[in-house]
Design a binder for this molecule. Structure first.
Ligand code: PHE
Length: 348
């Protein structure tokens, strides 16, 4: 019996040390200390012994069990330590390695340009108004003095909205003039910028383009104000004090008189030639660029909006923002603005 216990002890100690994980150690525990384990086997044999032997063997068995239990606990701790050491080895990281920089985007060149333009007007006291891109025929045409069947509707190849009678994709931001005057009393000093749409698509036209509209209405507003504002704004946008403007008579149904304005070419500064004598291609050597439509707000348009044309006058103008951004940043193809090619976009 005595040697039996000693052997058992030796075997178990060997198995405990051999256990490489908490799970296999648990198996060793069950094998020896479990209900049907080897230790209980010994205990069951005690009943066949003499009282004396029962006492000595029983004592030895209990002491041995205590020693072995202590060894099992110790082994659990060893395994735990080993596990941690292993983790530390396999999962360490170098916190001094520079982080991976996420690629940071930025606003599109056109958006940046529009923000700049807005800031120029804001400094001159203009605020920003807004209107819908899907617009009522009423605001896009009728109230602007362009009734149905008026030939001027043909000036702007219109996208009519299917399933929504009398609605268009606005062909011009001039619709916002009416919307704003309907809801505000003079004095008015606003700009609006946004998308406009026409059935147009070639090298210099895209079916969607951006317009800037300006409107100023008050007592005694004259063409002198129009010319002053336009000249100042163009000088600031193109960052060139030498820019001059000239106005040519033209026709838009919602202004009278109506005109188109040119400014001296910001590339060749009005000379028609670049510094090295090469002919300027942007202005085709004329020194001038056609830049906007403008005029004094037609009395009928003021009336349509509920204003009294005997009391107030105003000017309005509209220009294409895409082309201006292209001139400012020397971009030679309109499509580049809308293709979202990162090689292009990242340059600004
Ligand atoms: N809305 C006109 C266009 O799109 C431009 C314009 C605006 C002309 C305001 C005069 C006054 O062509």
């Amino acid at each position: 019996m005595h040697t039996h216990i000693e052997t058992l002890k030796k075997d178990m100690i060997h198995h405990i040390s051999a256990a490489k994980s908490a799970e296999s150690l648990k198996e060793v525990e069950v094998k020896y200390f479990g209900k049907n384990g080897l230790f209980n086997g010994i205990m069951r044999q005690l009943k066949d012994l003499s009282d004396d032997e029962k006492r000595t063997i029983g004592k030895l068995a209990n002491e041995t069990k205590q020693v072995l239990e202590a060894r099992v606990s110790e082994r659990y701790l060893e395994l735990e330590d080993a596990l941690m050491a292993n983790l530390a080895e396999s999962e360490w990281m170098d916190v001094t390695v520079p982080g991976a920089q996420p690629i940071q985007g930025h606003r599109h060149v056109l958006t940046q340009f529009m923000d700049e333009v807005e800031a120029v007007f804001a400094r001159m006291g203009f605020s920003v108004a807004d209107g819908p891109e899907v617009e009522e025929e009423h605001y896009n045409f009728d109230q602007l003095n362009i009734p149905a069947n008026h030939p001027a509707r043909d000036m702007q190849d219109t996208f009519w909205v299917a399933n929504l009678p009398r609605h268009v994709l606005r062909t011009q931001t001039s619709s916002v003039q009416i919307r704003h005057m309907e809801t505000h009393q003079p004095p008015v000093r606003i700009i609006t910028m946004g998308k406009t749409f026409r059935k147009d698509s070639d090298a210099t036209h895209s079916p969607m383009f951006h317009q800037l509209e300006g409107l100023m209405v008050d007592t005694d507003i004259s063409m002198a104000h129009l010319k002053a504002v336009i000249t100042e704004v163009l000088q600031q946008i193109f960052e060139d004090d030498s820019i001059k403007t000239r106005f040519r008579i033209s026709y838009f149904p919602f202004v009278e008189p109506g005109m188109e304005a040119d400014c001296t070419c910001p590339i060749c500064h009005g000379s028609g030639k670049l510094n090295n004598g090469v002919p300027c291609r942007l202005c085709k050597q004329t020194g001038w660029l056609e830049i906007l439509g403008a005029g004094m707000v037609h009395p009928q348009v003021l009336k349509n909006a509920g204003y009294d044309p005997e009391q107030v006058t105003g000017f309005a103008f509209g220009m294409g923002l895409d082309r201006m951004a292209m001139i400012k940043h020397r971009i030679n193809h309109l499509r580049l603005l809308f293709e979202n090619d990162l090689r292009f976009i990242e340059q600004f």
